[in-house]
Design a protein around this ligand. Structure first.
Ligand code: ADP
Ligand code: MG
Length: 379
């Protein structure tokens, strides 16, 4: 977390759910690192440093590069976002007005002089101002069709305060969402009786964006807006690591993030342990023939219970839930085996094997393979 850029409130909230450090050198080995506001200016250098420290970043450099340039994600969302020209001379004057911005950032707070352009000639003037700007100048400059948005107010320098919302997405799941213009929200509420509601964004729309973008990057932000005519469009994507909170609640964001990341890493830990146990008991494999049909039955039971849990808790049911389902199933199985064959002396190892089959099945389920594909293998 870069202290200079993060609000104390956000640092406090993040510290409830994660270990927060302010120096790279303090990062413990084998950590998953979320460099809030601290990945730039040199992402590649950071990626190397983190690797040397024995840890890894939540977004790789190539994932970051994908969202950091509008040109990279534009074609994935072309039908959902304003038309964009990547070279000034290609701009069609008939499509005016326009907005201009750098590949990553804009000068939206100087809207009248450094962003909005009434005509193509005007765009030329805005373009040269941006290219002389110290902040934007090193980025490629792009021209987008200006789309009239549902606008609540006009801020200083002519910036439209619009109905716009920010969604934080991690591993394809929304982990935080809120109104975009946090500096204006109090004023809108008190003076204009406008209370923007992030839940007005249709789920289908967000789902569609996530479906296209999530395969490209683990942790990102999508900003969406309602047009004057009532449609929803994507304004831009950004790296989740350096995107401000807007009106997203920090506790919700970091709490969801921890739940999702930990349930997965905990589960991975548990699977690693189970694999270790398999290896230990691997020598008994030949003796498991007798399990045959009942092993299949057990796996079926586990399968249906996991699916029930997944629909109740989402795909990241906690490790504890999974463990308790396994224990219950294994207890029933033990009783059944005992009834059939009282002489089984190495029941413990047999049970381990069953657990391992189930655990492997979970791992496969995690990767999107159905359990049934594995049953042949485990018999
Ligand atoms: N094509 C567009 N039409 C109308 N308004 C736009 C358009 N693109 C951006 N805006 C407005 O300008 C603001 C800043 O643009 P954005 O691309 O998000 O730049 P930044 O990266 O600086 O946030 C947006 O939040 C939105 O309100
Ligand atoms: Mg923006």
């Amino acid at each position: 977390m870069r202290e200079a850029l993060a609000e104390q409130e956000e640092i406090n909230a993040a510290s409830v759910y994660f270990k927060v450090v302010t120096q790279r050198a303090e990062i413990p080995q084998n950590s998953l690192v979320i460099p809030r506001y601290s990945a730039l200016p040199n992402y590649k250098e950071l990626e190397k440093d983190i690797k040397i420290l024995g840890s890894r970043l939540i977004n790789s450099h190539s994932e970051h590069a994908y969202v950091a340039d509008l040109k990279n994600w534009y074609y994935d969302l072309e039908d959902l976002t304003p038309k964009t020209w990547f070279r000034l001379h290609e701009v069609d004057p008939a499509e005016a007005p326009f907005v201009l911005k750098g590949a990553t950032n804009s000068k939206k707070h100087s809207w009248n002089t450094h962003m909005f352009a009434e005509s193509k000639e005007d765009a030329g003037r805005v373009y040269s101002r941006l290219s002389q700007d110290g902040y934007i100048g090193y980025q490629d400059i792009y021209v987008r069709k200006f789309v009239e948005l549902n606008t609540y107010d006009t801020g200083i320098q002519g910036i439209p305060i619009t109905e716009e919302y920010r969604f934080f997405v991690l591993d394809g799941k929304v982990i935080g969402k809120g109104f975009y213009w946090s500096e204006h929200v109090e004023w809108l509420r008190s003076e204009k009786s406008i209370d923007p509601d992030v839940n007005s964004v249709p789920q289908d729309f967000i789902d569609e964006v996530i479906k296209r973008v999530a395969p490209k990057i683990r942790f990102f932000v999508v900003d969406v807006a309602r047009t004057k005519s009532g449609e929803w469009i994507v304004i831009e994507l950004n790296d989740g690591q350096m995107s401000g909170l807007s009106e997203v609640n920090a506790h919700v964001l970091y709490g969801n993030m921890r739940d999702d990341l930990c349930s997965k890493s905990e589960r991975r830990e548990a699977l690693r342990e189970l694999v270790r146990i398999t290896e230990e008991y691997g020598g008994y494999r030949d003796e498991f023939d007798f399990l045959g049909g009942s092993l299949n039955k057990l796996l079926n039971e586990v399968d249906s219970k996991v699916r029930q849990l997944a629909s109740k808790w989402g795909p990241f049911a906690s490790t504890h839930e999974i463990e308790s389902v396994l224990r219950e199933e294994v207890a029933e199985f033990t009783a059944e085996v005992r009834k059939k064959d009282k002489s089984r002396s190495n029941l413990k190892s047999e049970l381990f094997d069953v657990i391992i089959c189930a655990a492997r099945a979970y791992a496969e389920l995690d990767r999107g393979f159905p359990l049934s594909d594995l049953k042949g293998e485990s018999e």
